[in-house]
Write a protein that binds this ligand. Structure first.
Ligand SMILES: [Mg+2]
Length: 445
């Protein structure tokens, strides 16, 4: 279970999503002015419907204005002069947007589910805004059959932390629903196993269903890949392979940039991370042990039944991350290797690469496959292979970790559209929205 209390951090700005906080602050103004808390005991202001209609109109207007500001931001990001947009001036951490966001429509949808406008005491919250953004992203990415690839984090996104995707999970039929519409699926997880049996253990409900579902064609069944250790081990679904997964050799999927990461530089970075982790074990007196893998290093509790306090895990992440950042300034060779230090809920790991690379590999790998299929069918029409790569606006990554420090899904924001969910239950609701939206768009010509 995730804990609900807040922890104060010395580096607190890392624990906030500036854009969501900014939208929340804009919505707080009409809430303060129009909500009628006295209505619960006073005849005047009893008219909840009237209040809700007025609050709805004001919230919707504000979200429409933000929607326009994002359109303007997209114009600026496509402009060669690279001048900052108004949004960038107001929210300096605002990243690239791959699609515009129909926030007004998304608000109307979420308001009909969450009755945000009818509340007298609780202002529009962080979670309200997060869910409005998710709905807007789903609406935008499904428009005109735009969605070609959906990638998912594992823990907390597809199943509860440390658990596995059981055959009874209601998420599985929704994923099959995407696959039968020729949407590709990538599971981009921190779990860094090197053999298929361990991934099968975590994902057997989904893998076994894909193998037998009468809804899928043989070629659709192959449209699932697993990218493990953020961006380090690739497996593709194969009905004949042991555990239904075929390991794909690195040489078949490394992007040209990734293939320049040298082994000595990777080892040297992991050495620095390992010594920082050992320092944390000593200074925080952690009942933990170091685990070193070829592409990762981490700490796990010595006794698996012991849970390290969240504060300890976060402290360790921030220490290791800072140490590696300073190391990168001192050692230019190490600086070229991207890494991701994150709190895994029960452990802390530093992985080589991060989910932006993991999702990029999925976009390229499926792109290569499409290029090969087009070539075989004589339909390349002179297009080079790179034009088949799946683009950011055609990709949706779903995950639970989107804070900028110690959160591994955050990095995916630089390469595709994203949805930030807080539980497998929210993933299910999001997938229902996706399927509903896909049902509404007219069938492709
Ligand atoms: Mg997760």
């Amino acid at each position: 279970m995730t804990t609900r209390y807040r922890v104060e951090y010395a580096l607190k700005t890392h624990r906030r999503d500036q854009f969501i906080e900014w939208v929340k602050a804009l919505l707080a103004v009409p809430f303060v002015i129009y909500s009628q808390p006295t209505g619960v005991y006073d005849a005047e202001g009893r008219d909840v419907d009237g209040m809700a209609a007025e609050a709805h109109r004001r919230y919707a207007e504000i979200l429409k204005d933000v929607e326009e500001m994002i359109n303007d931001h997209i114009k600026h990001q496509n402009d060669k002069r690279k001048l900052p947009s108004k949004l960038k001036l107001l929210v300096p951490s605002a990243g690239p947007f791959f699609t515009n966001l129909p926030l007004e429509d998304a608000f109307t949808y979420q308001d009909s589910k969450r009755y945000i406008s009818s509340r007298r005491f609780v202002a529009p919250s962080f979670n309200d805004v997060r869910l409005i953004l998710n709905s807007a992203q789903v609406m935008a990415v499904t428009r005109n059959h735009g969605l070609q690839l959906a990638t998912f984090d594992g823990d907390v996104t597809l199943y509860d932390d440390g658990m596995s995707l059981e055959p009874s999970s209601p998420i599985i039929p929704r994923l099959i629903d995407l696959m039968r519409r020729d949407i590709m699926i990538g599971i981009v997880t921190a779990a860094g196993y090197t053999t298929p049996d361990l991934y099968h253990a975590r994902l057997h409900g989904l893998l076994d269903t894909i193998a037998t579902s009468p809804l899928l064609t043989p070629s659709q069944r192959r449209n699932l890949i697993i990218m493990g250790g953020e961006a380090n081990y690739l497996f593709e679904f194969s009905p004949d392979a042991p555990h239904l997964l075929l390991p794909v050799p690195r040489s078949n999927w490394l992007t040209s940039e990734m293939s320049t990461w040298s082994d000595p530089a990777i080892h040297s970075l992991l050495d620095v991370a390992e010594s920082a982790l050992r320092d944390c074990i000593r200074t925080l007196n952690l009942p933990a042990t170091v685990v070193r893998k070829d592409r990762a290093v981490g700490i796990i509790p010595r006794d698996p039944s012991v849970r390290l306090p969240r504060e300890t895990l976060e402290e360790t992440v921030l220490v290791v991350q800072k140490t590696l950042e300073i190391n990168a300034l001192r050692n230019p060779a190490d600086a070229r290797i991207p890494f991701c230090a994150f709190n895994g809920g029960r452990d802390v790991f530093v992985d080589i690469g991060d989910k932006s690379w993991g999702v990029t590999v999925c976009q390229n790998y499926f792109g290569k496959r499409r290029a090969a299929a087009a070539a075989a069918a004589g339909e390349r029409n002179g297009n080079d292979a790179s034009s088949f790569v799946i683009r950011g606006e055609n990709t949706l990554h779903v995950g639970d970790q989107f804070l900028s420090a110690g959160s591994n899904d955050f990095k995916a924001r630089s390469v595709c559209t994203t949805a930030w969910i807080a539980s497998p239950g929210e993933t299910l609701e999001l997938l229902e929205e996706v399927v509903e939206a896909l049902e509404k768009v007219p069938a492709a010509a």
